[in-house]
Design a protein around this ligand. Structure first.
Ligand code: MLT
Length: 407
């Protein structure tokens, strides 16, 4: 008799964004005439930068001729893209990352979810609260937790993020091995300073822990004082893996391209206490389970680093940041305490009431979809996340409707 992985029984019935999509579908079925504005899941709405489109077209044409055709590419990504990433995203900012430390993939969701399988089953895991649910659910699937009660899984260390600590967690007061950090943060939109990241890097070095640093929203940083990469922090090369994505940076949510950096100096220890390079383990995992991102998509990603691509991507993100500023201002004007939205596409709103109730209220009275904070963890209760990914017109209409609905 084939048995299931019992750990899956510990999960909530459906993934947060799938649950929200179902509720919105049901609402639409009951209210067929209502026009819905989606400020829920962080899915981009603007067209791809023309430089990416041109590069993709050219790559497709290359596939049409036997002389330039390409079959399987290197699992880790083509050199042209890995070199561009290492140069523009890291070395240009003073972070020493080599091209062969970059693993190109089809998404930061997949990578942040998959990375945990190279670590021990009994690794002690710390996650922020509120948290991007992928970090938690994938560790539940792997059996690193007990069964949840009151919204929390025994076996995980929750790092509370709230207005009092500026949504940057304090160091844990119990030992942990793996630490998930995300800045600019999903869902709160908060950012971390160099000094705050330095404290985490120092902690990881002192405790032989490892930081899994999700920087998927890095391109939204406009404050020149903020670090864009954990590798800008001295000592991070030994204790941090970083995840990046073109999804929000260049509108690739449907195109799929991302990457993970595993420095060769990043170590973990085997049962005998011998140090092992995580780069070798991730390379083994990647080459076994992944066959690379398609050639046209990697060419499109590389075009992000061209002079035209850089200008276009900045314009794209500036558009979403304009939305974010508008949302924050409008909700602040309605008396809500908000964070995020300056260097991030997310605005975290303290609603002062149950977050699913507030979600329903916005959907039913305003026809606006947000994400209930409680879906991101216990500390998210009482909040909602509003995403700036939409057209400015839709954002303005959504804010007018919310304002009218709450009067
Ligand atoms: C979000 O809305 O949190 C993100 O779009 C989810 C994701 O990137 O997987």
């Amino acid at each position: 008799m084939i048995r299931i992985n019992e750990n899956y029984q510990k999960l909530q019935a459906s993934y947060l964004f799938a649950d929200i999509a179902r509720r919105v579908r049901e609402f639409q079925a009951q209210n067929p005439g209502r026009e819905i504005i989606r400020l829920g899941i962080g899915d981009v709405t603007r067209a791809l930068p023309p430089a990416c489109i041109a590069a993709m077209h050219q790559a497709v044409d290359e596939l049409a001729s036997e002389t330039t055709f390409r079959g399987y590419g290197p699992e880790q990504g083509y050199d042209f893209l890995r070199e561009a990433i290492a140069e523009h995203d890291f070395r240009a900012r003073g972070a020493e990352i080599a091209a062969d430390e970059v693993f190109v993939s089809d998404g930061a969701k997949c990578d942040t979810g998959n990375i945990q399988e190279i670590f021990a089953a009994d690794a002690r895991v710390a996650v922020p609260d509120p948290v991007y649910p992928v970090y938690v659910d994938t560790n539940v699937m792997a059996g690193r937790t007990g069964t949840a009660s009151d919204g929390r899984y025994p076996g995980l260390t929750y790092l509370e993020c709230n207005a009092a600590n500026g949504y940057v967690p304090r160091l844990p007061d119990q030992p942990v091995d793996l630490i998930y950090l995300c800045f600019p943060n999903n869902p709160t939109g908060a950012t971390a300073s160099r000094a705050q990241l330095q404290a985490w890097v120092d902690y990881a070095r002192a405790h032989r822990a490892l930081i899994l640093f999700d920087a998927a929203y890095e391109a939204f940083i406009r404050d020149p004082a903020l670090p864009h990469s954990i590798y800008e922090i001295p000592g991070a090369r030994e204790v941090a893996i970083e995840f990046r994505s073109y999804s929000k940076t260049a509108g690739f949510t449907g195109v799929r391209c991302a990457y993970t950096v595993v420095p060769k100096s990043c170590l973990a220890w085997d049962a005998e206490g011998k140090a092992v390079e995580l780069h070798a383990l991730w390379n083994r995992r990647h080459t076994t389970k992944f066959n690379g991102v398609s050639y046209p998509v990697q060419r499109a990603a590389a075009a992000v680093y061209s002079p035209a691509g850089q200008i276009q991507v900045r314009e794209l993100i500036d558009g979403y940041l304009k939305n974010a500023a508008y949302i924050r201002e409008a909700l602040g004007g309605l008396g809500f305490q908000c964070t995020g939205g300056d260097d991030s596409p997310y605005i975290w709103v303290n609603t002062g009431r149950d977050s699913w109730e507030f979600f329903d209220l916005l959907l039913q009275r305003a026809g606006v979809v947000c994400t209930p904070g409680a879906g991101f963890g216990r500390c998210g209760q009482g909040h909602v996340r509003i995403s700036a990914f939409n057209s400015f017109d839709n954002v303005r209409t959504a804010m007018d409707r919310i304002s009218a609905a709450l009067k």
